[in-house]
Write a protein that binds this ligand. Structure first.
Ligand SMILES: *[C@@H]1O[C@H](CO)[C@@H](O)[C@H](O)[C@H]1NC(C)=O
Ligand SMILES: *[C@@H]1O[C@H](CO)[C@@H](O)[C@H](O)[C@H]1NC(C)=O
Ligand SMILES: *[C@@H]1O[C@H](CO)[C@@H](O)[C@H](O)[C@H]1NC(C)=O
Ligand SMILES: *[C@@H]1O[C@H](CO)[C@@H](O)[C@H](O)[C@H]1NC(C)=O
Length: 849
């Protein structure tokens, strides 16, 4: 114990002297826990460590009064039972509340001094990663390059910066650069799988001080696994320098830090520390990852991570708040929705979905009422060209919502050079105000109560750097945040125990969404606005308790007093979870600016199979917005997590009216067609995005026949074209076989050689022409399988790389000299498949190590 106290003293002295790098963890030998101490509690940290028999490691990231402690794993100590620490904690807690043991002072002091204790379990987050490549063509952007002295060889291929083919579809950054705004003085942190700071494109803009590796607990975020290139690619989009390597970042004179968390399982305490790492210097955290995008999970940050995010919001950047940018997710084609991901549906994150180089919705990009904006990324055969891992390596195969988020980060960095005082909410307001409507024929667009177009797919529209930065220059800062938390409505004595024991509630009758199910109304009065110092509305949270035997069947729609609907949960066929919605929190930005006074109605319906049913137990809401009187505003504090219904610290409303759904009034411009309906794909989604639905219906039969016909026609064209090509080749084929082989061995041509090797297949693609960019979505499959390989997955992937991929359909981009060599290893579909396999293997290794 003495030894412990001494090390504690040493540790405290050290941590007072400097910000401490987190120490290396040893999960194989120790169990880790985070405890929160009541600063007014009567027992010191040392005494608590004594009682629990744990060793204090360090403060938990940037969270005040939170400590990481550890105890030897029970396996290594046969005399200890399985979870001694948790058990001691529980025992003391119950002894302190038990009246019969009034004299139990230690227990009482102990329980009143610990506010929170959580065991740390390593978990793996999933990258929202890159679909395969299709090189850009054409000769781009020469004029701009000349004016700005840009010599980056791949600048001309970066269509997201200058799009000559579809000029209205680009991030519109060059007008901002021409004003001399390039992100100077702004630091963005790439919370990802590492950052190659040796890259010629990144080394001058790399910020080592605010970088850290939470996977291996080292100071620098060195990419080590063979597939650790994701963070480097994202970093290149933000801050690749103006030089002779690859292309340019959107904020090419800003700085990037790398925080490595995705290269192995990490615990909550490390994820929490990562999201606050360097939070006084860093302005923006770029997060292109999250829970699996498989259309069946519903997962969010744990309480500890929520605390870290709120800590960043309240205290980061000297109180102006960290900007958290999250990729909306790549599960669109699997029916996944970003409101089932607690990171993307947090009010504290700017959720960014993707749109492709033609302004179309790529099938992988997830829709939901929490989407704020879209940014350009892969789809319709084009990908993002950016820096890659390696000294002078580039890639033209980056994409997914993973690549959309860093494009937004780059735009925010430009704005923050001009207006560093923008708070986290100013950034969100600027998104709402300046996002540009695109693809306006898409029926997903609806006009909100304040006349702004909104879409679950596109949010308020595409982020436009020119419009964003111009508006930022003139922007008056918003007043501090205010909120209204409603009481909880409890329906028909509904209750839920900690282990999902549901009882009571209002039965959800099944059938068509418009006139079945149950509706419950919540009234907001203007007195409530006054009492809560609430001026104008921004985000809305809706928390629901619904017991159901197949969660994916439940549809939840919020209807505002003005008749504007937010679909919070659409059907998710893959979601077979039997525990319903045990207090899940949804979010909508669709009511931004709307007057909240009146009756809000929550419509819960069940579109599914009879006999698989459920009950609606209750709900509550939080309206977030700006305050009337800034001087009365206070920072929000995270309440304790309530795992039971009704929440213990609330007096539920038990007589709230329920309504039998009939035809509801619909606001003008309101789209009555469900965004998440699985019936008709909108034209821009392509037919293959609906493959999974087709499989379960008889439509599949006709589609199959269609495919056979297309195949036969394709083969005929292919044979005809091959014959034509052979005839032609005879005329100018002069390269002897051995010379060709020699050429193949030179590095720069390896790429070409491969496509020659796959020559026949390539012609087959040519015969088909562009098919669909659905591989973007399918490419994600391997990343969301959580490390398990399914045998038919392999067949499926070969099927797709054989027929649907368009990534080999064109020869590789001819590159400018030897500079900016593309990473050939990711450019052919056969290798992409290996990549998938290897990825799975390395995931397995990660979880078992
Ligand atoms: C690009 O930004 C400029 C302002 O810098 C703006 O005038 C222009 O309209 C923007 N272009 C598009 C297509 O939005
Ligand atoms: C709820 O419970 C109370 C007391 O247990 C009972 O009087 C009341 O009838 C119940 N209401 C419903 C709708 O079941
Ligand atoms: C609801 O489901 C249960 C079985 O899960 C079944 O016994 C019951 O009859 C169903 N109720 C209705 C109204 O369909
Ligand atoms: C809804 O869908 C139907 C056909 O499915 C279409 O005729 C109608 O125009 C759509 N409504 C809107 C508002 O897009």
């Amino acid at each position: 114990m003495r030894c412990l106290s001494i090390s504690l003293v040493l540790f405290l002295a050290y941590s007072a002297a400097s910000t401490l790098s987190p120490t290396r963890r040893s999960y194989h030998s120790h169990d880790y826990y985070v405890i929160e101490l009541d600063p007014h509690g009567s027992i010191s940290l040392t005494d608590i460590a004594d009682i629990l028999e744990v060793e204090v490691v360090e403060q938990a990231g940037e969270l005040a009064n939170h400590w990481l402690v550890r105890a030897e794993k029970p396996e290594l100590n046969p005399f200890r039972d399985s979870d001694r620490v948790l058990e001691t904690f529980k025992t003391l807690q119950s002894r302190s509340s038990s009246l019969s043991l009034r004299s139990d002072d230690v227990a009482r002091h102990f329980a009143s001094s610990i506010k929170f204790l959580s065991k740390q379990r390593p978990r793996q987050r999933v990258k929202r990663a890159p679909p395969p490549i299709s090189p850009a063509d054409g000769n781009l952007a020469r004029g701009i390059a000349e004016r700005l002295g840009i010599t980056d060889p791949l600048f001309k291929d970066q269509w997201h910066l200058v799009n000559e083919e579809f000029p209205e579809h680009m991030m519109n950054v060059t007008s901002v650069w021409e004003m001399g705004i390039t992100g100077k003085g702004v630091i963005s942190s790439l919370v990802d799988d590492g950052l190659d700071y040796t890259s010629l494109d990144l080394k001058d803009n790399f910020d080592a001080t605010n970088s850290y590796d939470f996977n291996d607990h080292e100071d620098l975020p060195t990419p080590k696994l063979w597939d650790d290139h994701h963070g480097t690619r994202c970093a290149g989009q933000v801050a690749a320098g103006k030089n002779t390597a690859c292309g340019l970042g959107i904020a090419y004179e800003s700085k990037v830090a790398g925080v490595r968390i995705l290269s192995g399982p990490i615990t909550d305490v490390d994820e929490a520390s990562a999201l606050n790492y360097g939070y006084q210097d860093v302005s923006i955290y770029s997060c292109s990852w999250g829970p699996a995008d498989n259309g069946e999970s519903m997962e969010g940050p744990s309480q500890l991570i929520k605390k870290a995010v709120l800590n960043g919001i309240n205290n980061g950047r000297g109180g102006k708040g960290s900007i958290f940018v999250f990729a909306s997710g790549n599960g669109g084609a699997k029916g996944d929705q970003c409101n089932f991901d607690g990171y993307t549906n947090s009010i504290y994150s700017v959720t960014v979905a993707a749109v492709d180089h033609q302004g179309l919705h790529p099938p992988y990009s997830e829709a939901c009422a929490a989407n704020m904006v879209v940014a350009y990324s892969s789809g319709s055969g084009q990908h993002i060209v950016t820096t890659d891992k390696g000294e002078d390596k580039c890639t033209n195969s980056h994409g997914g919502t993973s690549a959309a988020a860093p494009n937004a980060v780059g735009v925010f960095a430009l704005a923050m050079e001009v207006r560093p005082e923008l708070t986290w909410r100013d950034i969100q307001h600027l998104c709402v105000e300046t996002a540009r409507m695109i693809n306006s024929n898409d029926p997903d667009w609806e006009i909100t109560a304040v006349g702004r177009p909104y879409s679950y797919k596109y949010g308020f529209g595409v982020l436009d750097a020119g419009l964003f930065v111009s508006a930022a220059k003139e922007w008056s800062l918003v007043k501090p945040q205010a909120w209204i938390e409603t009481r909880t409505i409890q329906l028909n004595n509904g209750t839920m125990t900690e282990d999902y024991g549901y009882s009571g509630g209002h039965f959800i009758s099944q059938g068509d969404g418009d006139n079945k199910g149950v509706m419950s109304a919540m009234t907001i009065t203007s007195d409530m606005l006054q009492e809560n110092n609430f001026e104008s509305l921004e985000h809305i949270n809706v928390r629901v308790w619904i017991g159901h035997k197949k969660r994916g069947d439940v549809e939840i729609v919020l209807i505002s007093p003005n008749g504007v609907k937010s679909v919070l949960a659409g059907q998710r066929q893959a979601d077979k979870d039997q525990n319903g919605f045990p207090g899940w929190t949804f979010m909508s930005v669709k009511h931004w600016g709307e007057n909240p006074v009146g009756d809000w109605i929550l419509h819960v319906s069940d579109q599914g199979i009879p006999g698989v049913n459920g009950s609606f137990l209750g709900w509550n809401m939080i309206f977030w917005g700006s305050s009337i009187d800034a001087t009365k505003a206070k920072p929000y504090e995270l309440p304790e997590e309530a795992l039971v219904f009704p929440p213990p610290n609330d007096t539920p409303i038990t007589d709230a009216p329920t309504i039998t759904p009939t035809d509801q009034g619909v606001a003008p411009g309101e789209n009555t067609n469900s965004t998440f309906s699985t019936s008709t794909p909108t034209p821009d989604e392509g037919y293959f995005s609906d493959l999974s639905n087709l499989l379960s219906s008889q439509k599949w039969f006709f589609v199959a026949i269609g495919l056979v016909i297309v195949f036969v026609v394709g083969i005929s064209i292919f044979l005809w074209r091959r014959k034509a090509a052979q005839t032609k080749r005879r005329d100018y084929e002069s390269l002897p076989e051995n010379e060709e082989t020699a050429l193949r061995q030179t590095g720069g041509l390896s790429h070409q050689a491969r496509s020659q090797g796959a020559g026949r297949t390539k012609e087959l693609y040519d015969a088909f022409g562009e098919v669909s960019d659905d591989e973007d979505a399918d490419e994600e499959t391997h990343l969301t399988m959580g490390g398990r390989r399914m045998s038919d997955e392999h067949t499926l992937s070969s099927f797709h790389s054989g027929f649907l991929d368009d990534d080999d359909s064109e020869p590789p981009t001819p590159l400018n000299g030897n500079r900016g060599r593309l990473d050939a290893s990711t450019s052919t579909s056969s290798l992409a498949r290996n990549y998938r396999d290897d990825d799975v293997v390395s995931d397995d290794e990660k979880t078992t190590s």
